[in-house]
Ligand binder design. Structure first.
Ligand code: GLN
Ligand code: ZN
Length: 765
């Protein structure tokens, strides 16, 4: 029989129970044991879904975390930075939960606050993990029994667990050196000691299989790391249980023979991102090794084509027999929990989708189909999938002839501005008459309680559209008036009317749908509900024009229009899988191009197109970067390039590192780019200087993540550093990012100082 399993399940709960419980615990509104109870209930419910409801061969244990599964491993290894004063002697050898929370967020109901660990995106997902802090000479000891307790819990409830853990090399790979650079691999032996101990303990609990997640194997690895894989897994093979080495998010590429050489009982590969690797892996597999293939997409929400997958799998079944296992491509952490809750998407769209719970059914049904033991329910599921997918291919809701015709008619000239930057900058100087060191902001102003309350009331039907819009106008007028009083040279309308920078546009574009409960964990208790791009994208009507137009009536200064860029909209959505991502991106770009031109027509002469997610779209393998950057850059240009020379296009990026993509940034050919730099002490500008970046730059002069009011002299000093790298006539003065998370009491004095800093600079230059 074909074994069916999963690499991990979303822990947040169908109703975001875990979010609510952890936040209540942090606020002191529920006790530690109530929180632990919620954790237990969720684990039990998810194991029941996996085993009783569906019939997977294993339930997944180790995928649960109150904050982050990578952090759990750090805690298990005792890798707790000294500033957290982990008191595990007292707690019976265990690092306690509050220490884990303090590492994640700096504070917890007990224990002294300390600076939280850094958090960053897990590979190319929108899930954030806590970065392990590594010190030279650090040693590790087993410091948590949580995993073993959860295994006991599953066993007592009668389940057969497979344990999942971040593998030792991926854990080190995700870690950062602190207190001086050194080779992280020097820590491997001590890390392996603890992994050895963990595996031995799990074996005594009766665990047969442990899945070690090693997605680092789908990236470009230095030779030393490839060799370390051999060393590590040769050591771990003495563990008295079986190891399943799990790789996902891409193909093994040049690590393929390495991965298939490792002495493990089984290997999991991603057959969604890298379907072509399946046969070559099988060719190299040892005679007793298990191969788990992930043909069901763990990163997206589309229903699997069971009939096509059965055909694809049958020959693999012939070759591998019992050694073939089936699973989703990666942990289901990255998709929403249960489609059954979506009552308002419409039957048609619902029939095209599968969330985590539905993907369990897909895996089990596939296993039974290729084993020739399909139940009537499986046959029915197969049939429904085929019919739904046929309907999807034909659906008029998806395919709009005008959209594909327009895309086909795009000419290279459409993505080029009319004149080169030098000519444009002259035209803009004459038209806009801005001073040296022009001041501006990144777009959003405080999203106050009043704004949120009005939006809630409007969505609940308690506030009429006209009243809601009138309230937003009041907020816009206030933001413009404040900027006027502060003396900001290029004001914005403040984005009061926007709930979220992607959702706001998605709601007004054709081809987008919004779920009610499609939450996915982003970090800790934070979840996001990405829009679903299911069809051809078009813009039935202007989206932002009347707001910007209204704001412009309130001031003589040039009002900056604000749009979210095509790559960012793509990157923060679930994207259709029936055409290349780049095609969808270009469709969004054309819709935005119409908006840009309508803004221009309405008298808005400065338009910012935000692309904060451009960098995070980079593929995991460097040899795929260029082709991504080519279409990403072209999409941005397509949205921007239709305007006159006198219209100034801005873009904005944050959390970025620019060195390795500076050529692409320059190719965007935005007249002005604003970036987050204040915390880098302007070092981020080195990349622009070295590249001789030709256009204007607004390096952020203060960090908007803290409530602190930046001092004038501090901002002047930062700009002086910028002046060492960028000529004076090309510099702007602005904050690092939007101000929506701040209050007016912080924003006003901060911006007043910023404007003052610009004045000081103007006197000097
Ligand atoms: N214009 C957006 C804002 O100011 C940009 C946000 C972002 O960069 N993430 O809020
Ligand atoms: Zn930003």
């Amino acid at each position: 029989m074909t074994v069916s399993h999963i690499l991990g399940y979303p822990r947040i709960g169908a109703q975001r129970e875990l979010k609510k419980a952890t936040e209540a615990y942090w606020k002191g509104e529920c006790t530690r044991s109530e929180l632990e109870n919620t954790g237990r209930e969720l684990r039990l419910r998810h194991w029941q879904a996996q085993h009783h409801d569906v019939g997977l061969d294993f339930v997944s244990v180790g995928d649960f975390a109150f904050y982050d599964q990578v952090l759990n491993v750090s805690v298990a290894l005792g890798a707790v930075p000294a500033r957290f004063n982990a008191n595990n002697e007292v707690a019976g050898g265990d690092i306690d939960l509050d220490t884990t929370f303090r590492m994640a967020r700096g504070r917890a109901p007990s224990g002294e606050p300390a600076a939280a660990c850094e958090m960053t995106k897990y590979f190319d997902t929108n899930y954030h993990y806590l970065v392990p802090e590594l010190h030279e000479g650090q040693t590790f000891t087993l410091a948590s029994n949580r995993l073993f307790d959860e295994v006991d819990e599953a066993l007592r409830a009668g389940f057969t667990p497979k344990v999942t853990l971040t593998g030792p090399l991926t854990w080190l790979w995700l870690g950062k050196t602190k207190g001086g650079d050194f080779d992280r691999l020097t820590l491997l032996d001590s890390v392996l000691d603890v992994y050895g101990e963990i595996l031995a303990r799990l074996a005594t609990q009766g665990i047969e299989w442990v899945q070690l997640d090693e997605p680092a194997l789908v990236q470009d690895l230095p030779l030393a790391w490839q060799q370390a894989y051999e060393r590590a897994y040769h050591r771990l093979q003495s563990a008295p249980l079986k190891l399943l080495l799990a790789t996902y998010f891409g193909g093994l590429g040049d690590n393929l023979s390495l991965a298939t050489r490792l002495p493990v009982a089984g290997l999991h590969i991603d057959a969604v991102r890298a379907p072509q690797q399946v046969e070559s892996v099988i060719d190299r597999l040892g005679p007793h090794q298990v191969l788990s293939v992930g043909f069901v997409d763990g990163r997206n929400i589309w229903r699997a084509d069971l009939a096509a997958l059965r055909e694809r799998l049958l020959p693999l079944k012939v070759r591998l027999g019992q050694r073939l296992w089936l699973a989703p491509s990666c942990s289901l952490l990255h998709v929403p929990v249960d489609l059954a809750q979506e009552t308002e998407l419409g039957d048609e769209l619902i029939s095209w989708l599968a969330f985590a719970r539905q993907k369990l059914d897909e895996v089990v049904t596939l296993a039974r189909l290729i084993d020739n033991r399909a139940t009537p329910a499986d046959e029915q599921r197969l049939d429904q999938a085929t019919r739904a997918l046929d309907a999807r291919r034909e659906s008029t809701r998806i395919h709009q002839a005008e959209v594909s015709e327009r895309l086909a008619a795009v000419r290279p000239a459409d993505s080029q501005r009319r004149a080169p930057y030098g000519v444009r900058s002259e035209a803009q100087r004459r038209a806009l008459k801005l001073p040296l060191f022009p001041t501006t902001t990144i777009g959003s102003f405080p999203q106050t309680d009043a704004i949120r309350a009005a939006r809630r009331a409007f969505k609940a039907g308690e506030l009429a559209l006209a009243d809601y819009e009138a309230r937003m106008q009041v907020e816009i007028a206030y933001a413009v008036e404040r900027q006027q009083a502060l003396g900001i040279d290029v004001p914005v309308h403040g984005e009061a009317e926007r709930n979220d920078m992607v959702e706001y546009f998605g709601e007004q574009l054709e081809g987008f749908a919004f779920t009610r409960f499609g939450w996915v964990q982003s970090y800790g208790s934070r979840c996001v509900k990405p829009p679903v791009i299911f069809g051809d994208v078009s813009r039935p009507a202007p989206m932002t024009v009347r707001w910007s137009e209204y704001a412009q009536t309130l001031t003589d200064k040039p009002m900056k229009g604000m749009l979210t860029g095509p790559v960012t909209i793509l990157q923060w959505s679930f994207v259709r899988d029936d055409q290349p991502r780049e095609t969808t991106c270009r469709q969004i770009a054309l819709a935005l191009r119409d908006e840009v031109l309508d803004l221009e027509k309405a008298g808005i002469n400065i338009i910012q197109i935000d692309e904060p997610a451009l960098r995070e779209g980079l593929p995991l393998r460097q040899d795929e970067w260029q082709s991504y950057l080519d279409w990403a850059v072209e999409s941005f240009q397509l949205s921007a390039a239709g305007v006159a020379n006198t219209t100034q296009i801005h873009t904005h990026m944050c959390y970025s590192e620019f060195n390795d993509i500076i050529g692409a940034i320059a190719a965007l050919d935005a007249d002005v780019i604003t970036i987050e730099t204040s915390r880098s002490d302007m070092h981020l500008l080195d990349a622009f200087q070295d590249f001789a970046y030709p256009n204007e730059i607004g390096p952020g002069v203060y960090d908007i993540h803290t409530p602190n009011i930046p001092e004038v002299s501090w901002m002047v000093d930062l700009m002086e550093k910028a002046l060492e790298k960028i000529p004076v006539e090309r510099l702007w003065v602005n904050p690092d990012c939007g101000l929506k998370t701040r209050g007016w009491t912080e924003v006003e004095p901060a911006l007043a100082n910023m404007v003052e800093a610009a004045k000081v600079l103007r006197q000097r230059y």
